[in-house]
Design a binder for this molecule. Sequence first.
Ligand SMILES: NC(=O)c1ccc[n+]([C@@H]2O[C@H](COP(=O)([O-])OP(=O)(O)OC[C@H]3O[C@@H](n4cnc5c(N)ncnc54)[C@H](O)[C@@H]3O)[C@@H](O)[C@H]2O)c1
Length: 242
Amino acid sequence: MYHKGKIYIVTGASSGMGKGCAQMLLDEEAIVCGFDINEKTIDHDNYNHFQINISDEDSVKSSMEEIAGKYERIDGLVNAAGIWGNSKPFYDIGTEDFQRILNVNTVGTFIVSKYAAKVMIPQKRGKIVNISCIRSRIFRGNMADYAASKGAIVSLTSAMALDLAPYNIQVNAVAPGFIYTGMTAKSFDDPAVRSQSESMIPCGRIGNPEDIASVVLFLLSDMSDYMTGTNVFADGGYHIQK
Ligand SMILES: NC(=O)c1ccc[n+]([C@@H]2O[C@H](COP(=O)([O-])OP(=O)(O)OC[C@H]3O[C@@H](n4cnc5c(N)ncnc54)[C@H](O)[C@@H]3O)[C@@H](O)[C@H]2O)c1
């Protein structure tokens, strides 16, 4: 067990991949602090829920101070909170609507990482795993806001990795493909959408949160100490096609 007794923060812990990561860490006997704008959906003695908006700097700062005060360290952070875009061509997206997507997906990740890093730097050890997306590299129409927010996550990951390398803190991203979560359930419950999506995935199936959580747990573990600044695709092979 690589994670037993370790202290982790997981954003987006009330649903989908964040919840999958939190549950897998709890199964490994870690202590998990979940940040989510929604109520808690995990009942476990080692789970602490913080119902906050990750874009609200004051809430993130005070939650991080509470965690650092209680546990005196943070071993790892998973930035999984995120929202889908407005699903329109970029020229029809209102500027405030565009900013709202970046404010959660990109600025929220920046804010939580900043305050976690301030705890990790003096301990000279830590792991940060950001959830990017295949949409950071492979695009379709009507996703300029979401794609921009996820492309920024890939750049942010590499830049943060350089800033934190001298402190023995590794920062990596995981780029999921099509995963069945709260964000996508409505689409994938439609048999036509599901089979069309599956036909585009070499492995032939939609992923589940555990498919992503297992990669995240590897990146949180000592097994990945020589990896930093990378964006690891976990997409059933989707991105290797033309
Ligand atoms: N589902 C997919 O196919 C897929 C693919 C690639 C990447 N992603 C990314 O994975 C991440 C997780 O998404 P998911 O599919 O598990 O979605 P989800 O909707 O199931 O879970 C996202 C969680 O983030 C929380 N959240 C949203 N805004 C927040 C905020 N401002 N502050 C705090 N919490 C907030 C939500 O309440 C929810 O619990 C997202 O960044 C998403 O963009 C999803």
